[in-house]
Design a protein around this ligand. Structure first.
Ligand SMILES: *Cc1c(COP(=O)(O)O)cnc(C)c1O
Length: 242
């Protein structure tokens, strides 16, 4: 069920208020944790309305990203920032750069290199003027079913990608352990935070964001240092697959 207009506004306010309280509870300020609205499978009208209340959204599926961003532009939707939080195939790299401001799901050098070359071209052609923001996706619970670079291989990958001049590593993203065991979930977030501190200490000073936590585990993620939570269900309700 698509929430009625007033309840979408209330749900967004409820989630952002919750996140602000959690940030303060764990010694940070409300501004330290950004809520990204995970809009996969939502209708353009719903996303448009959400954007009148909140300016950060995130997409999983490139086809939906291209479709909705094109429509939103035509509708003169409010200015917003769009992150990619789903697995990105190399053949969709160009669209990803054109329709988003940050790709959170980089997990191979080949993908990064392709994006770097494409961004170089975009800068030469005048359609971009700075390195593109990316995050490394970390498979922090070593799950076979999750994308992301393993904790063991993440450092080497980060240093290699950091050499690419047209990409800017601004953070790490992870999906917490898929379990009801809160200790295991917290552990996967903690490992990701420790990795980011380690990479910063070794000179990747641009790496300041930790995209961790979804509707079901954002409290644990914020306790462990998350700076961006990706929230779908808590705002839009249970997704009906099209
Ligand atoms: C869908 C999705 C979310 C949001 O999940 P909810 O449980 O609906 O809040 C967050 N991150 C990623 C990568 C997703 O695909």
């Amino acid at each position: 069920m698509i929430p009625s207009p007033s309840s979408l506004k209330e749900k967004i306010e409820h989630v952002t208020g919750n996140v602000a309280q959690l940030a303060e509870k764990y010694g940070r300020t409300a501004n330290d944790v950004t809520v990204e609205l995970a809009v996969k499978h939502q209708r353009v009208e719903t996303i448009y309305e959400a954007l009148t209340y909140h300016s950060h959204i995130a997409h999983n599926i490139i086809q939906q990203l291209v479709h909705t961003e094109s429509e939103l532009t035509q509708l003169h939707a409010p200015t917003h920032s769009t992150h990619i939080i789903g697995h990105l195939q190399k053949n969709k790299a160009s669209k990803a750069l054109s329709y988003s401001q940050c790709i959170e799901t980089i997990d191979s050098y080949e993908l990064a290199e392709r994006l770097n070359n494409l961004q170089n071209t975009r800068i030469m052609q005048g359609s971009a003027d700075k390195p593109f923001d990316i995050m490394l996706q970390i498979n922090s619970s070593d799950a076979d079913t999750q994308f992301g670079v393993s904790l063991n291989e993440a450092e080497e990958l980060a240093f290699r990608i950091n050499e690419l001049p047209y990409l800017n590593i601004c953070g790490l993203m992870t999906i917490g352990a898929h379990t009801d065991n809160e200790h295991d979930i917290a552990l996967s977030f903690e490992k990701t935070r420790l990795l980011s501190e380690n990479l910063r200490a070794q000179g990747i000073t641009t790496l300041n964001e930790l995209s961790m936590g979804m509707s079901g585990d954002m409290d644990i993620a914020i306790a462990e240092g998350s700076t961006r939570v990706r929230v779908g269900t808590a705002v839009f309700g249970k997704r009906e697959l099209p």
